[in-house]
Design a protein around this ligand. Sequence first.
Ligand SMILES: [Zn+2]
Length: 166
Amino acid sequence: MITSSDISIDNIDRKIISLLQKDPSITHTEIAKEVKRSQPTIGLRIKKLEKAGIMNFQAGLNLKVADVLIARVDLQTNNPEKILNEIKNCPYIINGFQLSGTYNLSLLIANSALKHLDIIINEHFRNDPDVLKIHMEIVTNIINDFVLPMNLNTKKCKCDEKFESH
Ligand SMILES: [Zn+2]
């Protein structure tokens, strides 16, 4: 099996990825012409990159364009694994980063209503004894397109049960 650690990408791969990013419908023949390699070579390289998970064809919501509020929530926690596990199924927590500093977890949370962002943070973190500090900022501008797949889990999260009463 090929794993991502076995894969190093070279300049041809970079060129292929950048051509596909610009135009996902570009043909292998067109790519072959651009990078001056044979068409079967292009097919093999694309297959290799996809199989290793290095390159993804991903549809999602462009948060730069969509009418949605995004909060960046930094947490100081004794137990980042527990927190990451708890929020795995929350449809509003779209991604997270484990960090090396005092705030060791940074999450991106999206919702169309500011009051819902508060509820999401309250429900998931405010009463958790493993969360020592919480710092929230609202994103006011996104520089580049920022396309993220939405969690399409239709199961209710404990946070959105509180939305109706607010
Ligand atoms: Zn939730």
